[in-house]
Design a protein around this ligand. Structure first.
Ligand SMILES: *[C@@H]1O[C@H](CO)[C@@H](O)[C@H](O)[C@H]1NC(C)=O
Ligand SMILES: *[C@@H]1O[C@H](CO)[C@@H](O)[C@H](O)[C@H]1NC(C)=O
Ligand SMILES: *[C@@H]1O[C@H](CO)[C@@H](O)[C@H](O)[C@H]1NC(C)=O
Ligand SMILES: *[C@@H]1O[C@H](CO)[C@@H](O)[C@H](O)[C@H]1NC(C)=O
Ligand SMILES: *[C@@H]1O[C@H](CO)[C@@H](O)[C@H](O)[C@H]1NC(C)=O
Ligand SMILES: *[C@@H]1O[C@H](CO)[C@@H](O)[C@H](O)[C@H]1NC(C)=O
Length: 501
């Protein structure tokens, strides 16, 4: 009796293993970024992850809300360390021990978070950073590894460094010619040896969209999967998409330098939906569907048949990210900022994406340009600029979802984004008498290209005025005015700090 019970149990365990094997790596992985003026509550994001079959998530920093919400979910977590922390972490092992104790050990033992990786730095050797992080990245990595071992986590939690794919290049133009950039070659050798000795992994971020962005002659079809019309032939291998070609350039570089068995993770890959003519719903859906299908099929690259972990970038849109790389930077989400669906994806066995549940929105009211105001009003341009310096207007640009609006709707869009970003507060829809609030949705009707322009209603984070029975006293009005200023100052700080990163 006891025997057969055990047998059934074993069968269940083996069975689950088989099912997971059949599904490839057993689920999807994504990046959860939180540079938003109105981030979704972490518990809602975690439900969104689980509902959509994400079994791994990467955080850019040890965000307490996110880590608490991930506790006990079984979702595997990669916790990032921002570049600003590299210098202190490099300077002292005690700082690293504190970081591990507060940001890793604590969440594992007290919250049941399944932390598997610490990602030290984020693209520290990006060419545009010049040499800023060259001296600190490796010592910080060593100190974090030492701290993990001291905390008794040396087996459970591995280290990695997420690097931009610009750390390697190919002289021949073919993947087989891959090698690490000569200016960081010896540093890379030390890092790779260290990762290899400590059971760590190399993480690389690959962006076919940015390849297309940087070079108008880049063959667009080559960015997608399953198009064999113009393969890149490299010896016996025909590359039909840039992700495989780029990944194998990295593998070739590793092989060339004696690290052919070092695990490689794709830390970021995805396609944005707005802010650029190539950033649109159709292309993003096509790219991400191709990506998800190959992840679920457990497909590797021509040079490495074992499928790598691939973290999709990203889960949700972030309206406070720096637009320095381009307006598309705020639109990488598979989901909109509020967890609503942008496009359908088959996420395995015919299952479709499901949206976030339990999201609370502000009232259904918008701020628009007053009907009696004139588009030629001399204050209009200044008012739009003001609104757009605090709120996200990246959808208004050329080739973007709201790029076809006339001057009046354009102004309305800007005013509304400001009004919503300011939580529909009193005084947030007062642009030199050019604006009014309305309860009629001002979103234009679909323009036929699936690039529907949405006039958002922001998520309710409890920052708007509570409805009050008596009319507010002048004193209350003054307080509101001041807290409004505090919110604006905070927003400016957020904007400035994102610009600095
Ligand atoms: C934990 O991580 C956060 C976010 O990166 C950081 O601000 C904080 O300083 C870290 N704690 C310690 C003790 O290093
Ligand atoms: C492959 O790309 C070509 C253009 O390069 C395009 O005409 C064709 O429709 C694509 N095929 C598929 C299956 O996507
Ligand atoms: C775009 O719109 C057309 C027709 O309205 C529809 O058939 C198609 O599925 C849409 N594509 C996406 C990606 O939503
Ligand atoms: C790519 O081709 C394979 C085999 O022909 C097919 O199973 C898969 O669904 C295709 N993927 C996409 C994204 O078209
Ligand atoms: C709409 O506003 C944006 C942002 O201020 C501006 O760049 C664009 O030229 C405006 N378009 C029209 C049609 O007014
Ligand atoms: C708005 O209109 C009111 C009433 O017409 C006027 O008193 C006020 O000066 C105007 N404000 C601005 C900023 O134009």
């Amino acid at each position: 009796m006891g025997f057969s019970y055990l047998w059934v149990l074993l069968l269940c365990i083996v069975g689950e293993g088989l099912v997971k094997g059949a599904l490839g790596v057993g689920g999807l992985a994504c990046n959860w970024g939180t540079r938003s003026t109105h981030p979704l509550p972490p518990s809602i994001v975690v439900k969104l992850l689980k509902d959509n079959g994400f079994s791994k998530v990467k955080l850019f920093e040890a965000d307490p809300g996110a880590l608490q919400a991930l506790g006990g979910t079984g979702i595997q977590v990669m916790v990032g360390i921002p570049n600003e922390l590299l210098a202190p972490l490099a300077s002292s092992v005690t700082v690293a021990e504190n970081w591990v104790s507060k940001n890793v050990s604590y969440y594992i033992s007290k919250n049941g978070v399944d932390i598997r990786y610490v990602a030290v730095a984020n693209e520290p050797f990006l060419k545009t950073y010049k040499d800023t992080f060259l001296q600190t990245t490796f010592p910080a990595l060593q100190n974090i590894q030492a701290a993990l071992i001291k905390a008794g986590l040396g087996r459970q939690v591995k280290v990695t460094i997420p690097l931009n794919a610009d750390v390697y290049q190919t002289d021949s133009g073919l993947p087989s010619g891959g090698n690490f950039r000569s200016d960081i070659h010896s540093l890379m050798m030390s890092i790779l040896k260290f990762l290899s000795d400590n059971g760590g992994a190399l993480t690389i971020n690959i962006y076919p969209f940015l390849s297309l962005q940087a070079d108008p002659d880049f063959p667009k079809e080559y960015a997608f999967f399953n198009n064999t019309s113009k393969p890149v032939v490299d010896g016996s291998i025909s590359y039909t998409n840039v992700l495989d070609a780029n990944f194998d350039t990295c593998i070739a570089a590793l092989e060339k330098n004696g690290f052919s068995s070092l695990p490689v993770i794709v830390g970021e890959v995805g396609w944005p939906t707005d802010g650029d003519p190539n950033a649109n719903i159709e292309d993003a859906r096509r790219f991400n569907q191709g990506l998800v299908s190959r992840i679920l099929a457990g497909q590797g690259s021509p040079k490495r048949s074992t499928p790598p972990d691939i973290y999709i970038f990203g889960l949700i849109d972030e309206d406070a990210k720096s637009t320095q790389p381009g307006n598309f930077e705020r639109h990488w989400g598979v989901f909109n900022f509020d967890g609503s669906i942008k496009y359908s994806l088959d996420i395995g066995r015919g299952k479709a994406l499901v949206p976030a549940k339990g999201v609370h929105y502000l009232a259904r009211q918008w701020c628009i340009m007053a009907p009696d105001a004139s588009p030629s009003d001399p204050n209009l341009a200044q008012s739009i600029n003001y609104a757009c310096s605090y709120a996200d207007c990246t959808s208004l640009g050329y080739g973007s979802s709201c790029g076809m609006l006339d001057a009046r709707s354009n102004a309305s869009y800007a005013f509304n984004m400001y009004y919503q970003t300011m939580d529909q507060r009193k005084g947030a829809c007062e642009f030199s008498n050019l604006s009014v609030t309305t309860t009629t949705d001002p979103s234009p009707t679909q323009n036929g290209q699936n690039r529907s322009c949405r006039f958002e209603i922001m998520i309710d984070l409890g920052k708007h005025e509570k409805p009050r029975r008596p009319r507010s006293s002048p004193a209350a009005g003054l307080r509101e005015h001041n807290s409004h200023k505090v919110v604006m100052v905070l927003l400016v700080l957020v904007l400035v700090s994102t610009l600095m990163i």
